[in-house]
Design a protein around this ligand. Structure first.
Ligand code: FA5
Ligand code: MG
Length: 384
């Protein structure tokens, strides 16, 4: 990791780095100070403003918490089991063994409850090692809403006679509040559906999907806050008297839907042809200023033997490190187990395409060549 990045968050990261643990590539480090949700006319900032306008006036808005958090805050305080997959280095960016780039804004739930907040919204950049395609990017943005209630007061003002009645009221209030936000952000007709979901820190839990370009796109997760989380945030006594709900909304996906932006990479473009379209803060529909041809390249290799020696996310990350935002998506197109050796082979198809210019075949070949060398050197695979 280079120390060229100079912003305060990058410095916080660099000051805490344990080189033997850190898995943050330069292209991600270069974005930790971007704060697109606070960046003037940026579509992510406009979405945030629209959400803030739709929240009840009493909501405390928090938007400047550092994304550098402890594993205790990001995982333990929320009841993630010790062996949960999202803790692994294949899913999460570690700075040292106890410090990560937050993977969700839920990392601040307990801290903000401890500070006495009972109705708040946190906006922030979050980080995950994940697949590569038009709706996934290693850096994205979330809005986290939390609302706590005093059980006795709730029972009295809403005439709720039992825990079950309180639970049903909370579910309706959560879903109603979220639909109000989503509907006020999207003025037109919107087709949505609720699905059951699972989070260690809420129960029950749901996700909300929105129909976009003929496909269901997951936009948020939510649920009734787990009593253990309330206990950590409020202390045992106050927790017994309290209930609450929480949600986490993906801002980038909402912005894609609202402005008709086809690809998350565009949010990171420095091209004025992108940014000039959004300076009015109106609900404009993005006009693609160019559609350059895609350029596909495949790579196949034998995976190293042994559990945990390789994770597909390692390949996605390496591809992003080498191809940067010139890679539009990466698909695992073939997986095959050799009948005799038992070795597994993966074939990936990489789509190189820039939003800003045509990539020459020669240039794409040179990127692909670098990638082929790097997979052998860094992932211990054998090219086929
Ligand atoms: C969470 O992150 C939970 N913390 C949400 C939550 C908060 C649940 C409070 C309960 C209570 P999830 O991993 O599903 O959940 O992510 C939430 C949203 O972030 C998704 O619905 C999606 O809109 C967005 N999102 C997730 N991964 C990506 C990604 N790689 N790129 C862009 N957006 C993403
Ligand atoms: Mg989800």
């Amino acid at each position: 990791m280079e120390s060229g990045a100079a912003g305060p968050v990058a410095q916080e990261v660099l000051a805490a780095v344990d080189k033997s643990v850190c898995n943050i590539p330069d292209n991600v480090l270069a974005k930790v100070d971007a704060k697109l949700h606070n960046a003037g006319f940026h579509p992510i900032a406009t979405i945030k403003e629209r959400i803030v306008a739709a929240l009840p006036a009493e909501t405390v808005v928090v938007d400047a918490l550092s994304p550098v958090v402890s594993t205790a805050a990001n995982f333990d305080s929320l009841g993630f089991p010790a062996d949960h997959v999202s803790r692994s280095k294949s899913d999460t960016y570690y700075i040292n063994s106890e410090t990560v780039l937050r993977t969700h804004t839920s990392a601040h739930q307990v801290e903000l409850m401890r500070a006495g907040h009972r109705q708040y919204a946190v906006f922030g950049d979050v980080y995950r090692r994940d697949e590569i395609d038009a709706s996934h990017y290693p850096v994205f943005h979330q809005a986290e809403g939390v609302q706590l209630f005093d059980k006795e007061q709730l029972a009295a003002t809403h005439d709720l006679g039992s825990e079950a009645a309180i639970g049903a009221w909370l579910e309706a209030d959560l879903k109603g509040s979220l639909l109000k936000v989503v509907e006020s952000v999207f003025p037109g007709e919107l087709e949505v559906r609720w699905n059951e979901d699972y989070f260690p820190f809420t129960h029950p839990s749901w996700e909300l999907e929105v129909l976009y370009n003929d496909a269901w796109l997951e936009t948020l997760g939510c649920g009734i806050i787990h009593p253990d989380v309330l206990t950590r945030g409020l202390g045992a006594d106050a927790a017994k008297r309290s209930v609450g709900w929480a949600y986490g909304l993906g801002l980038d996906r909402l912005a894609m839907i609202l402005f008709n932006i086809p690809d998350v990479r565009l949010f990171w473009s420095t091209d004025e042809r992108f940014h000039n379209q959004f300076t009015s803060r109106e609900l404009v529909q993005f006009k693609p200023y160019s559609k350059y041809p895609p350029s596909y390249r495949d790579v196949s290799f034998w995976l190293p033997a042994g559990d945990g020696a390789y994770h597909v996310n390692d390949f996605y990350e390496l591809a992003r490190t080498i191809g940067g935002d010139l890679i539009e998506d990466v698909a695992l197109i073939d997986e095959f187990t050799h009948p005799k050796t038992g070795l597994v082979s993966h074939c990936f198809r990489i789509n190189y395409r820039s939003h800003d210019e045509t990539l020459t075949n020669e240039f794409v070949d040179s990127l692909q060549h670098k990638l082929r060398i790097a997979v052998v050197a860094d992932l211990g695979v054998e090219l086929r």
